[in-house]
Design a protein around this ligand. Sequence first.
Ligand code: CMP
Length: 137
Amino acid sequence: MSERTLVLVKPDGVARGLTGEVLGRIERKGLRIVALKMLLAPRDTAEQHYAEHEGKGFYPGLLDFITSGPLVAAVVEGERAIPAFRQLAGGTDPVEKAATGSIRGDLALETQLNIVHGSDAPESAVREIALWFPELV
Ligand code: CMP
């Protein structure tokens, strides 16, 4: 079933020049990029995006990191786009969880600096696309 997911190339990925690498992997998988923008995330957008992590030890640092520089936000569409992108990304911990061949498994070392975000479920995809691309809703 065709569906949409929200992808972020986080500030570490943009700063390291990996935007093209990430978008290329998405396209080569057969998924379509249907909306794309680069922006400095406003603090309140970051807080809403990561609301489920509020109260966790890494949350303040995560907000500082995600607002620390430009990021790239994309709406990605295709058959089973949500799990398909999560497979491309690899697990959250780039060393312990992400498979070799995945974006994080190949390109990242630290759990916070893990290059990309992808929606984890249809409900979060709807919420995150509305948050980052209000003009589409
Ligand atoms: P993401 O998939 O965007 O979802 C939540 C983010 O929080 C995650 O990627 C990491 O960047 C970050 N994160 C999750 N767990 C930890 C952790 N234990 N320490 C630091 N950052 C984390």
